[in-house]
Design a protein around this ligand. Structure first.
Ligand code: NOJ
Length: 558
């Protein structure tokens, strides 16, 4: 049964505040900049904005290392600015979803500062401390950013766990006072008027007490024990507690970031009756082109369409009537969709961006658009690793090229071009003025060179742009219940070039056809005479003849 909740009809837009709009010339995006651009998002037609973290942070991981949950990063502005942003957004009928990062804090958070003071400090148990085992780390877990997940602290001669950087110690959710502090912080933010939470790696919060070794780790491993640690013994207990203490008291949107989940896990986290979260972000399609040589995402492989269809179809079918899907192609951690799944050449960029949008936006779930996706922003191809800023990219380069010598620097740069998080983090391209209209100062991360042709001003001036195509997709979702409710059915799963599927409701049907190649494909799908073409990325319809990256949707019914 599909429930009738507002967030099931909504489209979410993700803002990465560092790179969205700078208003004071310091080269870093800020809250005022976001406020200035809210009318733009209103024009696009989205209902919800998800803000990546804006809290006080030393920025070892661009704000995913929080040192005070109730303060705003000074470069971004003040709490008063945030209140203004919430109020202007609400006047425009836009909701604000905050990022909640509570698997870990910054090591500069007061709790950790206290915790590391002594073994009997009242905050000691807010984090996960262990004695060395035979002079070494307590177990073999690896950090997601490379190296061991344990750091030794001289002062008290114990190790603390950090599944991400050393400056991101993991919180100990076994501690009831810690949990209460987090729930209080969440309630405090809801009192400020926010409308929901995106919860960072929320399925990592419960660790097995015995901290067993990760059997997947071997001498050659690069990467992460994240999947091994995920879905720990008490995670559902904690989320149900959070739900009853905080979430259920409000009509809000919640989505948990959950690496390493199956669809069965997803139903436990986000089932309609689960009393935990409303949606989760699963990672399967974003890991589709991972390395075959054990290098995780560091690869330059091209995905296979049949694999992609299998993944999406599994999620569509397994969650149907039981839980709600999130739909996304990219975010601040993933390369740009048009470069990765489409074709970012001048000839095919717009066509393939629209094709990918159509393919995703007609599925069941809540779509998430990452800033710049709606104008077809692309990956960057910087020649030197020194141009990159992302801790994950820099650590991987150091580890794989300089330390382990497993990859040549040339090869690694091709992986970086394909997979680095900085692909998504370059400043938003607003217009063709200097620095793409993002800042009057020096941008914290270089602007993509293609900003003079790919930018918002150009998109708004062209009725055929990717922007207006997204706008139409969003409008259709608001108008047509079948997009929210219809039953999904894939056609010709083994077709390696075309992705076609139906959405079927009681009295109507949609047929979605997407050619994922730069070649003409001829396919025949049966259509009732009364079917109408609803949307297409070409000006005319040539029936069975599908042109490069052609995507079209037929509607039949009432
Ligand atoms: C997932 C976030 O999306 C990513 O940006 C961050 O580095 C890690 N979690 C750690 O917080």
């Amino acid at each position: 049964m599909v429930k009738n909740n507002w967030w099931q009809k909504a489209v979410v837009y993700q803002i990465y505040p560092w790179s969205f709009q700078d208003s004071n010339g310091d080269g870093v995006g800020d809250i005022h900049g976001i406020v200035q651009r809210l009318p733009y998002l209103k024009e696009l037609g989205v209902q919800v904005i998800w803000l990546s973290p804006i809290y006080q942070s030393p920025n070892d991981d661009n704000g995913y290392d929080i040192s005070d949950y109730r303060k705003i990063l000074p470069e971004f502005g003040t709490m008063a600015d945030v209140q203004e942003m919430i109020s202007v957004a609400h006047q425009l009928n836009l909701k604000i979803m905050m990022d909640l990062v509570v698997n870990h804090t910054s090591d500069e958070h007061e709790w950790f500062q206290q915790s590391r003071q002594s073994r009997d400090n009242p905050y000691r148990d807010y984090y996960i401390w262990r004695d060395p085992v035979a002079g070494h780390e307590p177990n073999n877990w690896l950090s997601d950013f490379g190296g061991s997940a344990w750091a030794f602290d001289d002062k008290t001669e114990q190790y603390y766990l950090h599944l991400f950087s050393k400056k991101q110690p993991d919180l100990n959710w076994e501690n009831q006072m810690l949990r209460q502090d987090i729930y209080d912080t969440m309630s405090w933010w809801l009192e400020q008027g926010i409308d929901g939470f995106r919860m960072d790696v929320i399925n990592l919060i419960s660790k097995q007490k015995s901290l067993p070794n990760d059997p997947n780790v071997n001498a050659d491993s690069h990467g992460s024990s994240m999947t091994f640690v995920a879905n720990g013994p008490k995670v559902h207990q904690y989320l149900q507690e959070m739900n009853s203490e905080v979430l259920s008291q409000h009509d809000i949107i919640t989505v948990g970031e959950t690496p390493g989940v199956t669809t069965t896990d997803a139903i436990q986290y986000a089932g309609f009756d689960a009393r935990e979260l409303q949606m989760i972000f699963q990672f399967e399609h974003t890991e589709i082109d991972n390395s075959q040589e054990g290098l995780g995402k560091w690869s330059d492989a091209r995905f296979n369409l049949v694999d992609l269809k299998k993944i999406f179809s599994k999620w569509q079918n397994d969650l149907a009537g039981k839980a709600w899907n999130s739909l996304y192609w990219n975010n601040h951690d993933r390369p740009r969709v048009v470069s990765r799944f489409g074709n970012d050449s001048e000839k095919y960029r717009a066509l393939s961006a629209k094709m990918l949008a159509t393919t995703l936006h007609f599925m069941q779930g809540t779509p998430y658009i990452y800033q710049g996706e709606e104008i077809g922003m692309t990956n960057v191809n910087w020649s030197s690793i020194t141009q990159y800023q992302d801790i994950d990219t820099l650590n991987a380069f150091e580890d794989l090229v300089n330390q382990q010598k497993r990859v040549t620097s040339e090869k690694m740069m091709t992986y970086v071009h394909h997979s680095s998080r900085d692909n998504a983090r370059t400043p938003m391209q607003w217009d063709s003025s200097e620095n793409a209209g993002f800042t009057k100062g020096k941008p914290w991360l270089s602007v993509n060179d293609n900003y003079s042709t790919i930018n918002v001003a150009q998109s708004l001036a062209d009725q055929q742009s990717i922007f207006y195509f997204y706008k139409k997709l969003i409008t259709l979702r608001q108008q047509m219940p079948i997009i929210t409710n219809g039953h999904y059915q894939v056609l010709d799963m083994d077709d390696e070039s075309v992705y076609a599927y139906n959405r079927i409701d009681q009295d109507s049907e949609l047929l979605i056809i997407s050619n994922f190649t730069d070649q003409i494909q001829t396919r025949h799908y049966s259509l009732k005479d009364s079917a109408n073409l609803l949307i297409s990325n070409y000006e005319d319809d040539q029936g069975d003849r599908l042109r490069p990256y052609e995507s079209k949707v037929y509607f039949e019914g009432t």
